[in-house]
Design a protein. Structure first.
Length: 214
């Protein structure tokens, strides 16, 4: 009887530990998702502002890589669209396209710089954002994933979905996402002058321009 009681206590302790570990993972996962997501969304919005306003850094980089100048406007529009698609709730299929697009964007930047023999100061940042995008995509919650209708219905309670398998689009979720995009856009525009000064120095240091432009 004593042995059975000991086994029961050990089993109960193990179950409590497993439950506590699962609870910790359930807290860490959404925090890691939102951290990586906010970082890549901010980078996409900032990159969109830099490209659409075509700062000197963008011109120097495109010239160095051999891309046409108009490519900046194509990138700028796509970057902002991807940022919005990733930030807002719902639209799982568009989110998959957006994640795929940013993987091509930053992966292409890494390959382009490596092909020209550039150092890690050039291909390191896009590689970092590429990794963060993969982490964000991997950790995205169930209501941001493409799943079979049957699985959605079975997990509707946990995934924040209704009985039809469609993700809930609560006004609060939309307000938070829209506010995030607006705030990050404002920060990108307000910090643009400082970013121009810093990136002008980078272009000179890397030999992409002969001297810092006035």
């Amino acid at each position: 009887m004593q042995t059975q009681s000991t086994i029961s206590r050990q089993r109960a302790t193990g179950e409590k530990s497993a439950t506590a570990g699962q609870a910790d993972r359930n807290r860490v996962r959404p925090m890691a998702f939102w951290f990586t997501t906010v970082v890549i969304v901010f980078e996409l919005i900032a990159g969109s502002a830099w490209n659409l306003l075509t700062i000197d850094w963008v011109e120097a980089q495109l010239d160095h890589l051999g891309y046409p100048d108009y490519f900046a406007y194509v990138l700028g529009v796509c970057q902002f669209g991807a940022a919005v698609a990733i930030a807002v709730p719902g639209f799982q299929l568009i989110k998959e396209w957006a994640y795929a697009g940013v993987l091509f964007l930053w992966g292409g930047a890494v390959v382009s710089h490596l092909a020209l023999g550039d150092g890690p100061e050039s291909w390191g940042p896009p590689l970092m954002f590429l990794v963060l995008a993969v982490v964000s995509w991997t950790l995205r919650p169930a209501d941001r994933r493409l799943q079979a209708t049957r699985l959605r219905r079975d997990r509707s309670a946990d995934a924040g979905q209704d009985s039809t398998g469609r993700p809930e689009t609560r006004p609060r979720a939309w307000a938070v996402s829209a506010g995030l995009v607006v705030v990050l856009s404002a920060v990108s525009l307000l910090t643009l002058p400082a970013a121009e000064d810093i990136t002008d120095e980078w272009a000179v240091e890397r030999g992409w321009v002969d001297e810092q432009r006035p």
